[in-house]
Design a binder for this molecule. Structure first.
Ligand SMILES: Nc1ncnc2c1ncn2[C@@H]1O[C@H](COP(=O)(O)OP(=O)(O)OP(=O)(O)O)[C@@H](O)[C@H]1O
Length: 707
């Protein structure tokens, strides 16, 4: 945001505050204002937490928080309604938002991170812990990679991607039409209902939020209780504040990195933010949780987290499933939540900045500032009933939850497989598919299709060798996939085919997708570092060897994968050799995993030997009839004769040597024939000088003179 715009925003906020100060006493509720999070500045310091919201954009955040008090008296801490509303748009219950804001001293960003960490740790528990290996990665390396990714995202998403705080907060605007249409019907119904129910005495402009008459208005300035219900727990209609929201995004994906965060090796905090008031709060949190779970997996498998999350959010089928559950612990009021007494604001300067754990995993989720209040609460014990602390779920429960989650995932994969099989049956009869099929059938690999499938049904590891261009890379994975798609949905293959180079992974995926008459990213996708074009429907993934190795670090058994195809093994790169070493172990652990090694004819036996003399299939290359043409013949056809003294003439010495050599092997008849042939090309040559006697002329010259 430019400084000019900042000034405008500040002026607008001041105006709104003044209006609310006038109207506040009449309404009996605190004026609720809303503004977008500032684009720049150190975190959300624009969100003042004082009783009277005041703008302190230029002051030190610590200063405004009270470390160097401007006023000698620190007023009683009350949370800003803006901040509460902002947080509630992520799906959190207002009471929880208020409590978090008190704990974090009114800092919206820190409160959000606190709430998210608390919420996610209940579902993901141990998975949120940073592994030792990641802990040793240098921060500079992470920051560098993050900057590279930010740059890439900027070029992919354009203005939708905003780096709100450098290396700390990224937001990506989303156009999720399916969500808007799903929840706008509800909105229309509700607004019609509300219109009917609105008493005539209630000021319509007040309900819209822009009554110019304020306290002098002759209509009632009260929100009817029936209008509050079902409006995402908001105490006042603030649609007037959303006047410009049509222009901005209704949905945002927010990515937050804590200080010293090890992204891309560690999953960032992920939040789904929406200004669509009809989208239930619980759904927002379910979406955030789902995305965070995926982020954990992507970070483990070194997939580009942010890009993959954007792709996931655009997948209607994935997200719609989450909308059925309209209950979430954190979108509801806290049960036995620790009462945060007014005046428990911590005035210790050292504690003013909320301590957000670096590891994103906190066992009991009480930040240090909150822990320090414990003695105070203990002291109060005698005076009232002791608050019951909500314990986190046991590890056993957590495990049960995770296994349920896997069951759910397995079910969704099964459902997806059914869809893919059906689509494949339909697609097979399409003209485009049929025309490419003919082309594919002309490749030598096609002739070995049955043999390959038969061998794969009997052996876990197979080596396939063939000349370049015979169709190994493009056809063999398709043979396996097509064969499985013709069977039951539970047997649909999930193939990973490694490529030694990024460019080949992309181009082969694009080619195969084209052959299957679909766009890349559906059944066929690719993944390279920082770029992934795939979806939940992807069953054939071309990736670089490095990407697979990275995945193996977190997923040693390659769960869900049925076939690993290692292409161009004969190149013997360090990565592919290492992959073979790892695969040799995995095939023992996972007898259902099939490994196919593809190589040029070179060294095929060597790989077979390495995998206990597994079978080798050799695909013959294509042969074409060859005609030989020599340069001399081509020159003769053109009838071009070199001029005497041309720099392109072969030296006489060389000619005579060659001639002598050739003549030694020729018969007299051949010599005459040769001379006659050459003489035909001398037609256009200059005539032989008359002054030269016949004795000095050779046969050709004599022919020229007397022809
Ligand atoms: N991107 C592409 N565009 C057009 N045709 C392609 C493309 N990729 C492959 N082909 C066609 O498909 C045929 C098979 O290619 P494929 O890459 O499967 O062969 P290969 O045996 O794996 O060769 P190599 O070992 O060199 O990778 C090629 O002969 C070529 O005609």
């Amino acid at each position: 945001m430019t400084s000019e715009n900042q000034e405008k925003v500040k002026a607008l906020l001041r105006d709104l505050q003044e209006q609310d100060a006038d109207a506040g006493s009449e309404r009996g509720i605190s004026g609720e204002e809303e503004d977008d999070e500032p684009d720049c500045g150190e975190d959300e310091r624009y969100w003042s937490s004082g009783q009277e919201p005041s703008l302190v954009p230029d002051s030190d955040p610590l200063e405004y928080a009270g470390s160097a008090p401007v006023e000698p008296h620190i007023p009683e801490f009350t949370v800003s309604p803006f901040a509460v509303q902002k947080l509630s748009r992520y799906g959190f219950n207002t009471e929880r938002c208020q409590a978090a804001l008190r704990i974090c001293d009114g800092d919206v960003g820190a409160s959000l991170e606190h709430l998210l960490t608390q919420c996610f740790s209940e579902t993901f528990g141990e998975r949120m812990k940073v592994s030792e290996a990641v802990g040793h990665i240098s921060l500079d390396e992470c920051v560098e990679q993050r900057q590279e990714e930010a740059f890439a995202l900027k070029s992919i998403c354009g203005e939708k991607f905003i780096e709100r705080i450098q290396n700390r907060v990224w937001t990506i605007g989303l156009e999720l039409e399916y969500l808007t249409s799903k929840f706008c019907k509800f909105k229309q119904r509700e607004s019609t209902k509300n219109a009917q129910e609105t008493s005539l005495e209630t000021c319509r402009f007040y309900l819209k939020g822009n009554c110019k008459f304020g306290s002098k208005c002759k209509f009632k300035h009260e929100v009817p209780p029936n209008q509050i219900v079902g409006r995402a727990e908001r105490s006042v209609d603030d649609s007037h504040l959303n006047a410009n929201e049509d222009a901005s995004f209704l949905y945002e994906l927010e990515i937050r990195f804590s200080k010293n965060h090890k992204y891309p090796y560690q999953a960032p905090l992920v939040a789904f933010y929406s200004t669509n008031e009809n989208l239930p709060l619980a759904c927002r949190l379910h979406i955030s949780e789902f995305l965070y779970g995926k982020a954990l997996t992507f970070a483990e498998t070194s997939e580009p987290v942010v890009y993959s999350l954007i792709t996931l959010l655009e997948e209607e089928s994935e997200i719609v499933k989450l909308l059925t559950n309209t209950h979430h612990k954190y979108s509801g009021p806290p049960v036995n939540f620790l009462p945060v007494l007014s005046g428990t604001r911590i005035n210790n300067p050292a504690c003013h900045k909320p301590v957000i754990p670096n590891n994103s995993f906190v066992s009991n989720q009480i930040p240090e500032v909150e822990k320090e209040t414990e003695p105070e609460e203990e002291a109060d014990e005698d005076e009232g009933p002791a608050p019951v602390r909500v314990e986190n779920e046991s590890y056993v429960n957590l495990k049960k939850k995770i296994s349920k989650r896997y069951d759910w995932q397995a079910k969704s994969v099964h459902a997806e497989n059914g869809k893919i099989c059906k689509q494949f049956q339909i697609k097979q009869s399409s003209r485009q598919f049929q025309s490419t099929l003919q082309e594919r059938q002309s490749l030598p690999a096609w002739e070995e299709r049955e043999t390959i499938l038969k061998l794969l049904s009997k052996h876990q590891v197979v080596v396939i060798s063939g000349m370049t261009g015979c169709g190994k890379t493009t056809q063999i994975p398709q043979f396996i996939l097509d064969d499985s798609l013709n069977g039951p949905p539970e047997n649909v293959a999930n193939i990973i085919c490694t490529q030694p180079r990024r460019i080949s992974a992309i181009s082969v995926a694009e080619r195969v997708a084209k052959e299957r008459a679909e766009r890349v990213g559906l059944t066929v996708g690719y993944q390279i570092r920082l770029e992934s074009v795939k979806s939940s429907a992807t069953r054939l993934l071309y990736c670089t060897t490095g990407v697979l190795l990275r995945r193996l670090e977190g997923d040693t058994a390659l769960q869900g994968v049925t076939h690993i195809i290692v292409d161009e093994v004969h190149e013997r790169t360090e990565e592919s050799d290492f992959l073979l070493l790892v695969l040799k172990d995995i095939v023992l652990q996972r007898p259902t995993l099939q490994v196919i090694l593809m190589s040029a004819t070179l060294n095929a036996e060597l790989f077979s030997e390495y995998f206990n003399f597994c079978p080798v299939i050799t695909i013959p290359g294509r042969t074409f009839p060859v005609d030989q043409f020599f340069l001399e013949d081509a020159i003769a056809v053109t009838r071009y004769v070199l001029q005497d003294g041309s720099p392109y003439m072969r030296s006489m010495k060389q000619i005579s040597k060659e001639k002598l050599k050739a003549r030694r092997n020729r018969t007299a008849f051949e010599e005459v024939e040769e001379d006659l042939r050459l003489s035909l090309h001398l037609r256009d040559q200059d005539s032989v000088k008359d002054s030269v006697p016949d004795q000095q002329l050779n046969f050709k010259q004599l022919l020229t003179r007397y022809k």
